[in-house]
Design a protein around this ligand. Sequence first.
Ligand SMILES: NC(=O)c1ccc[n+]([C@@H]2O[C@H](COP(=O)([O-])OP(=O)(O)OC[C@H]3O[C@@H](n4cnc5c(N)ncnc54)[C@H](O)[C@@H]3O)[C@@H](O)[C@H]2O)c1
Length: 433
Amino acid sequence: MRIVMIGTGYVGLVSGACFSDFGHRVTCVDKDPAKVEALLDGRIPIFEPGLEILVNRNVEAGRLDFTLDLAEVVPEADAVFIAVGTPSRHGDGHADLKYVHAAAREVAPYLKPGAVVVNKSTVPVGTGDAVQRMIREQCPDAEFYVASNPEFLREGSAIDDFKRPDRVVVGVNEREAETVMREVYRPLTHNESQLILMSRPAAELTKYAANAFLATKISFINEIADLCERVGADVHDVAHGIGLDARIGSRFLQPGPGYGGSCFPKDTLALLKTGEDHEAPQRIVEAVVKSNDWRKRSMGRKVLQSLDGDPHGKTVALLGLTFKANTDDMRDSPAIAIVQTLQDAGVSIRAYDPEGMEQASKVIDNITYCEDVYETMDGADAAVITTEWDAFRALDFARVEKLLNAKVLVDLRNLYEREPMERLGFRYHAIGR
Ligand SMILES: NC(=O)c1ccc[n+]([C@@H]2O[C@H](COP(=O)([O-])OP(=O)(O)OC[C@H]3O[C@@H](n4cnc5c(N)ncnc54)[C@H](O)[C@@H]3O)[C@@H](O)[C@H]2O)c1
């Protein structure tokens, strides 16, 4: 199969590289010259474990390449995937579809007969119809199909998620499009992965329903964690106790500082808007969004409380800035709200993240970025674990003790246990225990 991937972000680059690893011939197109230049140079513009090796292996094998010019490659493509961003639209929370619409218009004149345009971006119900209409308006004689193929990979484990998905969801209206999509995914579905076919609107909605459900699970356990703290229970016992019930399942029951990242925050908001537009309000998800917004700032307040009620002029060391480990993605990271809350109270911040410093420096101002985790804690009045990086799981506390002004550890990811920390003389604040 000849595949073109429009957009080389987290989804486009991982999907393109994985498709080429399955043996398809893939060209990834991006309109950002810096990204394409880096990729042509063998440099990967994002941090994703295993991606560099995968990309370089397939480039060397002649199955994967990159270009700025879609006119060069779209005419050969059996499937043209659109994997561009769909951020929240400023002001109202609707998904901003300007990049998807632009990509559809750009590919329209070059589609070969029978080509399938595949929306891999997360898009509201009806976007497939809109893309079809736009291409048709521009090229009334074009013979093409439009499919929906939402992506469920997670940053940090994206390659494994893509290659061994729980399921592949495909929304198509025509048998010809189904045939192409089956061929695209044949190497995957040869294994145990299931390809599920449905209508285009059902596929579009499946992605939002999945993300909203997972965001609900996270917010649910976070609120239970707050209750655990008040009543002297350990949230991990409760999570274990409910998670073993197969109807509930144990994943996404890890308490933390609130969900963030490039998907859950914007997708829950977009689902609310779709619900409003269709007079089917999504009140549970509405509560989840409020709960998560509140939680992020409440984590900042938790840190302030650890500073003996007198935060002004103190310094806090933040260990981790990205919304989760194994990514450099800072979009909607809880660290942003935590920093804001602390700065509002007159606290200075020193911070370190193994991979997210460059992205963080674009969204968080007026903090001191440090070279390593120990330098961060030098002279700070409390250390706060914000992201669950492996590098923070076995800190040398003899060293930490000498660096900190006060032996205070606020562990927003529950990487440590209270008893050993207290034995070391630390005032230890965890979540839900
Ligand atoms: N990041 C994730 O973990 C994840 C997971 C599943 C689904 N998604 C969804 O996938 C989509 C893409 O997400 P992402 O995180 O990869 O986005 P991203 O912002 O990392 O990347 C998008 C890329 O598309 C490029 N682009 C935009 N318009 C273009 C055009 N007309 N032609 C060529 N390139 C263009 C941009 O330059 C950018 O490099 C979104 O809808 C997102 O919700 C993301």
